[in-house]
Design a protein around this ligand. Structure first.
Ligand code: F6P
Length: 550
């Protein structure tokens, strides 16, 4: 793998001159210059349409991006990742979430061993288990069928499964309710368990390491809740399963290895929903839908391997993101699904993207001299329109956005879907075209305002426009198309890591806070312990010590 960034390439000069040409060009001018722009840039691939035509692309920019992709060998690096090369060098690991989507006949070698048979053995165990819980064969300790599943996990062991279970609610098994507990704030567990019956509740303890403080605290409290009800240790085996790579820690918790669903260190936490971490998904929607999710992601893996820059959607998404982060200096990027089922998609992407590319040291150990991963955020449309869109339309920050919508709804309220679609398309149109002072004046005059009134009101009603966006249209939200969407963003993140020459698959930045929290915990529990922090932190701890006396 090359260890140079986009700024160290020859293509970078090409991009700089393309930028100099296009930076002052309004997006509407690009459409005036080329009415075929939509057809030129949109890509249709299976059930997906990707439209980047409302971004600052032209032939020169596109060619420079293509040259950059070639010079940085993006395709080769993707192939390396998929074939098991240990590209996560800071943790000395392969990165193989793509292997999790492959069929049983594939071969992916890690340290001389084909990992595909193990993957399919775990998938088979997930299928048998989820079928048995769904059809009531697998029951609680007192013989009652399960009605509620509680997944206890955090970060990648929570966000991916929650997002998918919410997204696929339409396909949900009706007699099993899913719950997700992630926060160590006891309120999360207490409020979840309040309405549940221990005899009909199954807990999935999902943790790659099985040492994460929040998950272990929640798992122990859940265990106490079950034990308190039954007064019998033997009940635990019937009500708890573990999903982890750490069999020793799982056994120490008291869950037998037959009750454990394993995965491997080459599955990153934020890329793990395709592994046994997806057990909650199998239980929520049935194993065959989980298989469809994997198939959608595999479709994108193959697309990404086969297509060069001209057709490669994740590669183009990555370039457009870099284009706005580095050249235009736009520090945030919004993802706006016009789909209520996708309401957790932006939250999921925050971890996937920001934990991967929130780095400031390059792969040579040197500080980077350019902005890396943007701040990812978003909410579903149309809700966002009545919240933060004002700033996106008329604020001082320009925020590129991805709009995601399905052509056909899953419900039978067609009027609602027509309204949803019209809003989605209207927003990207408004972001791009804006409204000039002349248009505003004409409108106000038509409403009968005096000249003085028009002059007074016009400045507030002008929209500059020129706000870029990409639109993604899927045919319908299914497990397959959801798999497509997720994998597109996974690979975008991968390619951006290459452009920025950073390691996308470690997360050292979350360690410091964890370590300090372990030091502070005993200081909160024992108020006589001396405090060795900065004066501000000491002050906060002292304050809490006085409050806990009250
Ligand atoms: O936030 C740090 C992190 O390590 C994530 O990368 C991971 O998804 C999360 O914690 C949970 O880790 P685990 O699955 O080991 O409990």
């Amino acid at each position: 793998m090359l260890k140079k960034s986009f700024t160290e390439t020859q293509a970078f000069q090409q991009l700089q001159s393309a930028f100099a040409q296009i930076q002052a060009v309004h997006l509407t001018q690009l459409f005036e210059q080329d009415a075929e722009r939509f057809n030129r840039y949109r890509k249709e691939w299976g059930p997906l349409l990707f439209d980047p035509s409302k971004t600052h692309l032209n032939d020169a920019v596109f060619q420079a991006m293509h040259a950059l992709a070639d010079e940085l060998q993006l395709s080769q690096s993707f192939a390396d990742m998929c074939s098991g090369v240990a590209i996560n060098e800071t943790e000395n690991r392969a990165v193989l979430h793509t292997a999790l989507r492959k069929g049983p006949d594939a071969e992916v070698m890690v340290q001389g061993k084909n990992v595909i048979p193990e993957i399919h053995a775990v998938l088979n165990k997930m299928r048998v288990f989820s079928d048995a819980v769904i059809n009531g064969e697998r029951r609680g300790y007192s013989g009652k069928a399960f009605t509620d599943i509680v997944n206890i996990g955090i970060g990648g062991s929570d966000l991916g499964p929650v997002m998918v279970c919410e997204a696929l609610k339409h396909y949900q098994v009706p007699h099993l309710q899913m719950h997700f507990v992630s926060n160590v704030d006891g309120a999360h567990l207490v409020e979840t368990l309040k309405r549940l019956n221990p005899e009909t509740t199954l807990f999935l303890i999902a943790s790659k390491t099985f040492t994460t403080q929040e998950t272990m605290a929640n798992a122990h409290s859940a265990r106490t809740w079950v034990l308190k009800h039954y007064g019998d240790e033997a009940a635990i085996a019937a009500h708890f399963v573990a999903i982890s790579t750490a069999s020793t820690e799982v056994a120490a918790f008291g869950i037998g290895l037959d009750q454990m669903f394993g995965f491997w260190d080459w599955v990153g936490g934020r890329y793990s929903l395709w592994s046994a971490i997806g057990l909650s998904i199998c239980l929520a929607v049935g194993y065959s839908h989980f298989e469809q999710l994997l198939a959608g992601a595999l479709f994108v893996d193959e697309h990404t391997l086969q297509c060069d820059f001209e057709d490669n959607i994740p590669m183009q998404m990555a370039m457009i993101g870099m284009w706005y982060t580095h050249f235009f200096h736009y520090p945030t990027y919004a993802v706006i699904p016009y789909d209520q089922y996708l309401h957790r998609f932006p939250a999921y992407l925050q971890q996937a993207d920001m934990e991967s590319n929130g780095k400031s040291v390059d792969r040579n150990g040197k500080p980077v001299t350019y902005a890396t991963g943007p701040i990812i955020w978003g909410e579903p449309g149309t809700n966002g329109q009545h919240a933060f869109f004002q700033l996106m339309h008329q604020g001082t920050h320009i925020i590129p956005a991805d709009f995601i919508v399905a052509a056909r709804p899953l419900h039978d309220l067609p009027m609602h879907h027509d309204i949803l679609l019209s809003n989605c398309f209207a927003q990207s149109e408004a972001f791009m075209t804006g409204k000039t002072a002349a248009q505003v004046k004409q409108e106000l005059a038509a409403r009968g305002m005096t000249t003085a009134e028009i002059e007074r009101h016009t400045p507030f009603r002008v929209f500059e426009g020129n706000r870029p966006s990409c639109t993604f249209i899927i045919e319908q939200l299914t497990p397959y198309t959801l798999g497509i969407l997720i994998a597109l963003y996974e690979h975008k993140i991968f390619f951006q890591g290459l452009l920025w020459n950073i390691y996308s698959f470690d997360q050292w930045g979350v360690e410091l806070g964890k370590k300090l929290a372990s030091a502070i915990l005993p200081e909160i529990q024992d108020k006589h312990k001396s405090l060795q922090h900065d004066a501000g932190t000491n002050g906060l701890i002292q304050h809490i010590r006085t409050k806990s006396d009250m």
